[in-house]
Design a protein around this ligand. Structure first.
Ligand code: PMP
Length: 379
């Protein structure tokens, strides 16, 4: 039996998503731009999905643009903001723990002459709103901070961070990569003080290759994809109706039960924490004051992450070492938290979804104990 505990990397598509995707490929396969009935039906499917994502973010559907995923959303929003708002103001403030799709885009802008400031987290992995505000100035056109860190699960106080920025610097555009918080915790766009929000489909039981971006009314983001003018010109290219429909179906299926799923994740997380705390060779790294129950990062003393990861994999237990996006590269997030090489080199990330179960935790803990006994001898 498989224990899939790498849901921050990607999730299994839910039945509703698979069904919607298949329907769009077998029956409703028209091009939404076509004027005939087949086209109109495909357009309706895309608009239904837009309504679903907008309902989850509590915003108007016209504020939502579909993309190929969060990487594209982050790239487009940051580059597009730079083009429209970065002519005179040249400073960007981000957290030092952003996903590479934000960090690398900002690095690219630095090469074009922009100045970037990276606000470090405290030792629990959280960004301090006052430190963030102190980094922003009148020359700052963009402030970007993620909602939930994908490696540690630390929840940043986005509302406080952005409301302070907006109060002092109303001209500064605020962007939140909300990928790891979307559909996991209730999210109300108006409460976040974010002009721009990024979400992804495959982290919430939709297929890979679909995401969305929220752009607040009055904010102009220069489009990245130019062409036929789809998505009101914000993102040209024939709409990916199958995966967009699937995204909408997944959101519709999960939105009513966010709180129930959150409580379940809290229970699983608590159970795993208690079991790991009893093992003296384990250090838990996810200790932020506000912590997502969906992610738990810990280190196994003396056993390198990849060694334990493959030991577990042989037993059909799937976890991650650091961030799945960095392919085993050293975790920048744990380092930014000031953790030692000893801790970062041995860190594992377990991440739950609403499909996770207690049985999976039991299997993980049993295998971790056996793995430590067998691998520690070889070190
Ligand atoms: N941001 C965060 C916080 C993520 O965790 C991820 C996925 N690892 C992304 C962005 C990129 O998402 P996508 O795979 O949809 O491009």
């Amino acid at each position: 039996m498989t224990a899939y505990l790498d849901n921050a990397a990607t999730t299994k598509p839910c039945e509703e998503a698979v069904e919607a995707c298949a329907k769009a490929m077998t029956e409703n396969f028209g091009n939404p731009s076509s004027l005939h009935r087949m086209g109109v039906n495909a357009e309706i499917a895309v608009e239904e999905a837009r309504k679903a994502v907008a309902a989850a973010l509590v915003c108007q559907p016209e504020r939502i643009t579909f993309t190929s995923g969060a990487t594209e959303s982050n790239n487009t929003l940051i580059l597009g903001a730079a083009e429209n708002y970065g002519k005179r103001r040249k400073r960007i403030v981000i957290s030092a723990i952003e996903h590479p799709s934000v960090e690398e885009t900002v690095k690219y802008l630095e090469k074009q002459g922009f100045e970037a400031v990276r606000v470090k987290p405290d030792k629990t992995g959280e960004i301090d709103p006052d430190e963030f505000l102190a980094a922003v100035d009148y020359n700052t056109f963009l402030a970007s901070c993620m909602m939930v860190n994908n490696e540690t699960g630390a929840i940043n106080p986005i509302k406080k961070i952005f409301s302070q920025v907006k109060k002092k610097y109303p001209e500064c555009i605020t962007h939140c990569d909300a990928v790891q918080g979307f559909l996991k915790m209730p999210m109300k766009t108006a409460d976040l003080y974010a002009d721009l929000i990024t979400v992804s489909g495959h982290k919430v039981h939709a297929p890979k290759g679909v995401g969305a971006m929220y752009i607040a009314k009055g904010i102009r983001i220069a489009p990245h994809n130019l062409g036929g003018g789809q998505e009101k010109g914000q993102r040209s290219g024939t709409e990916a109706v199958p995966v967009i429909s699937a995204f909408g179906a997944a959101v519709r299926a999960q939105l009513p039960t966010i709180s129930v799923a959150y409580s379940n994740a809290e229970e699983l997380n608590g159970r795993l924490r208690r079991k790991l705390a009893a093992l003296d060779y384990i250090t838990i790294n996810s200790n932020a004051e506000e912590q997502s129950p969906y992610i738990l990062n810990f280190s196994v003393n003396g056993i390198r992450s990849e060694i334990m990861l493959h030991y577990l994999e042989e037993r059909e237990i799937y976890v991650s070492s650091g961030s799945a996006c960095s392919k085993g590269a050293k975790s920048g997030v744990l380092t930014a938290m000031g953790l030692s090489d000893r801790i970062t080199d041995t860190s594992l990330r377990v991440s739950f979804s609403r499909m996770s179960s207690c049985g999976e935790i039991e299997r993980l803990v049993t295998a971790l104990q056996a793995g430590y006994l067998s691998l520690a001898k070889k070190v």
